[in-house]
Design a protein. Structure first.
Length: 325
């Protein structure tokens, strides 16, 4: 049994999967296995990955079912004590696994699965096709820091913890990874924040995910995501409440651009009704005023502050329609 299982979902990755695998193969931590799961690629990804000769690599093909099912399948197949996820376009620094493993096992005796961290979360670098660093996210020591990175990468999870709490990725076209991490964070206090940017998040200009939410789409049901999280873990934590409020703000500001005015009004009303029902005291949340969670981006917090100030005045819905058509 390996200490760490690295799960890489793959769909039409082409030769980019080679850079990803090369970065994992060069790790200074050696006790790991790699599971590449091809999610029904229609290009030569499967052939390319299958030709890679690594003793600890398994390449598995299945019919296309989406990234959530693919990652959940990877958790089922994993034999490691810990699980790390890497996306096919991305790559990691040489000491990535060793840094996360050390943070997860610090203070735990060998073989003691009850000690150590259930989750380790770190930062990342956003890297362009030319190698330029577009963004660098270094997490601070605070409870809020874990909510800044809600992708599955830049994390190390204890597998037994995920299994015990039945934590899976949500079958949704929006926020399947947000669901996974928000649920996980509510199920344990054993979360370690790592001051590490060893994960390299590749900026793919042609990626669908870079433009999929720039208008409202009936296929992207944000309330399905919010309901699923609420049904699983409730909403009593002030940080989780702030995350919901922040997420609603971001969703409306980002997706209103180019949307029809009537769609903006409809989506705003629908989401605001959800907030009022499930977070009835949202205006009393300490972080939608001038107080900012430690580690939060001041610019993002300013947007949240302004959004809910205008919402209190009854102006935000009308202003959002100015971005519409």
């Amino acid at each position: 049994m390996a200490e760490i299982t690295v799960i890489i979902p793959m769909y039409n990755a082409g030769r980019k999967i080679l850079r990803c695998l090369k970065s994992v193969a060069k790790q200074d931590f050696k006790d790991f296995e790699i599971i590449v799961i091809d999610d029904g690629s229609t290009d030569d990804s499967l052939s390319i990955a299958s030709r890679v000769k690594l003793p600890n690599l398994r390449v598995i093909h299945k019919e296309n079912s989406g990234v959530a099912y693919t990652r959940n399948y990877g958790i089922e197949l994993a034999t490691g004590r810990y699980i790390a996820f890497i996306d096919q376009d991305d790559f990691i620094a040489k000491d990535y696994l060793s840094s996360y493993y050390k943070a997860a096992t610090s203070g735990a005796a060998d073989g003691d699965d009850s000690a150590g961290a259930d989750i380790v979360v770190g930062g990342f670098e956003r890297v362009s096709s030319t190698g330029k660093i577009l963004r660098r996210e270094v997490l601070k020591d605070s409870k809020w820091a874990r909510y800044i990175v809600t992708a599955p990468w830049a994390h190390l999870y204890k597998r037994d913890f995920l299994i015990s709490y039945d934590i899976e990725f949500l079958d949704s076209k929006i926020g399947e990874d947000v669901y996974f991490n928000l649920v996980a964070y509510q199920c344990t206090d054993k979360v370690v924040t790592l001051h590490d940017c060893g994960y390299k998040w590749y900026f793919n200009e042609n990626s669908v995910s870079n433009s999929i939410q720039n208008t409202f789409d009936n296929k992207l049901d944000v309330l399905f995501l919010l309901d699923a999280i609420y049904e699983k873990v409730g909403c009593n934590d002030v940080f989780l409440q702030y995350y919901f409020l922040r997420y609603f703000c971001w969703y409306m500001l980002f997706s209103s651009r180019g949307s029809r005015k009537k769609d903006i009004v409809s989506e705003y009303n629908k989401c605001m009704d959800w907030i009022k029902e499930h977070v009835p005291n949202y205006r009393k949340n300490p972080y939608i005023g001038f107080k900012m969670p430690k580690g939060e981006n001041p610019k993002l917090h300013a947007y949240v502050l302004g959004f809910y100030f205008l919402e209190k005045l009854g102006l935000v819905r009308g202003l959002l329609t100015l971005f519409g058509k």
